[in-house]
Design a protein around this ligand. Structure first.
Ligand SMILES: NC(=O)c1ccc[n+]([C@@H]2O[C@H](COP(=O)([O-])OP(=O)(O)OC[C@H]3O[C@@H](n4cnc5c(N)ncnc54)[C@H](O)[C@@H]3O)[C@@H](O)[C@H]2O)c1
Length: 309
């Protein structure tokens, strides 16, 4: 993760100094970064100029050496609270007092991490997604002590290098892992119950509702489908599969108020007649374009059903 983020920063023209657990590993990491960027350029994924910037990345012997005179410290050591706390403390102590300190974590509580930072108002968490060079989404997780101005600066920085960050709260798994794992658990249940094989489930997810996800999230998709339809479907799911499909009160209330989505002019979001027409037309344009892209770049056919399926 750290190497991918370093490549991303370097390609964007940011001066980067990286480090690893030992001076030798730090030098090797720099070498791997250069090779990785060259490989990306060779594959046509990165311009030669952007890839060449990886060569000017410096390797520091240790974390304090990397943090000295940094504007932004980005920690991506393994997901171990004590190790992260130790590295964050060392970096925040060694670096300039105004340097922003970021921890990349999939799940660790932000306030626990913030406690180890000198001047924790300049600390926050981010959650990037693999591969970080290409995945635009980044969850930005402020701690209770984080200065809102620091959050704004990090958001602007991430947008400036082409990312699509979103600020989320410090709940278990933040937002992305929580939703991704809810999907994964239900997918696994479908396989366990013999409804479909892993490959068939993957096809259904990718080609049915997943086809919409590059453009729309669950709320806009629900608005376009009709919230009344969602209530009916959830009632059937609850009858067959139990309490976890209970219709949430907020959804029932929206439907009772006649706010059934785009068709009524409001659901989770509000739509004028003109906005609704434009939304549906733009949706169709994007789906046609996505189908064309999939014709050119079809899903990777790798892996066969077997094992426990
Ligand atoms: N792998 C993912 O898909 C992913 C996705 C999102 C977030 N994350 C988070 O990013 C963080 C890093 O994950 P990863 O998968 O890259 O881990 P990793 O184990 O692949 O890499 C961690 C790096 O930290 C180095 N390291 C270990 N101890 C160190 C020390 N004392 N000082 C300096 N460097 C040290 C290791 O040598 C290694 O290069 C974790 O918190 C993880 O939860 C990972």
């Amino acid at each position: 993760m750290g190497l991918g983020v370093a490549e991303c920063f370097a390609a964007a023209g940011i001066r980067v100094r990286l480090t690893d657990a030992t001076p030798q590993l730090s030098r090797e990491a720099k070498e791997r970064l250069v090779q990785r960027a060259r490989g990306h350029a060779k594959a046509g994924l990165l311009s030669a100029e952007a890839a060449g910037r990886a060569e000017s990345v410096e390797a520091a012997d240790d974390a304090p050496g990397a943090a000295r005179d940094a504007d932004l410290v980005f920690e991506a050591v393994p997901e171990d609270l004590e190790l992260k706390r130790e590295i964050l403390a060392a970096c925040s102590d060694a670096g300039p007092p105004e340097a922003v300190i970021v921890s990349n974590t999939s799940s660790l509580p932000m306030d626990e991490l913030a406690r180890s930072v000198v001047r924790p108002e300049r600390f926050l968490g981010t959650h990037w997604f693999n591969p970080p060079e290409w995945t635009p989404g980044v969850e930005v997780i402020p701690a209770a002590a984080t200065d809102p101005e620091v959050v704004e600066r990090v958001m602007a920085f991430l947008k400036g290098i082409g990312k699509r960050p979103a600020i989320v709260g410090d709940g278990p798994g933040f937002v992305a892992n929580r939703i991704q794992n809810a999907l994964f658990l239900e997918a696994l249940r479908c396989v366990e119950e013999g409804l479909a094989s892993p490959r068939e489930v993957d096809e259904v997810v990718r080609s049915c509702f997943g086809f919409r996800l590059p453009f729309f999230g669950p709320f806009q998709i629900a608005d376009m489908a009709g919230l009344d339809v969602y209530v009916s479907v959830l009632e059937t799911l609850k009858e067959g599969l139990g309490e976890r499909f209970e219709v949430p009160a907020v959804l029932r209330e929206l439907v009772e108020q006649g706010r059934t989505g785009t068709k009524s002019g409001s659901g989770f979001l509000e739509y004028s007649d003109e906005e609704r027409e434009r939304l549906l037309l733009e949706r169709d344009r994007r789906y046609v374009a996505l189908n064309e892209l999939l014709d050119r770049l079809p899903p990777v056919e790798a892996g066969r059903d077997g094992g426990n399926s």
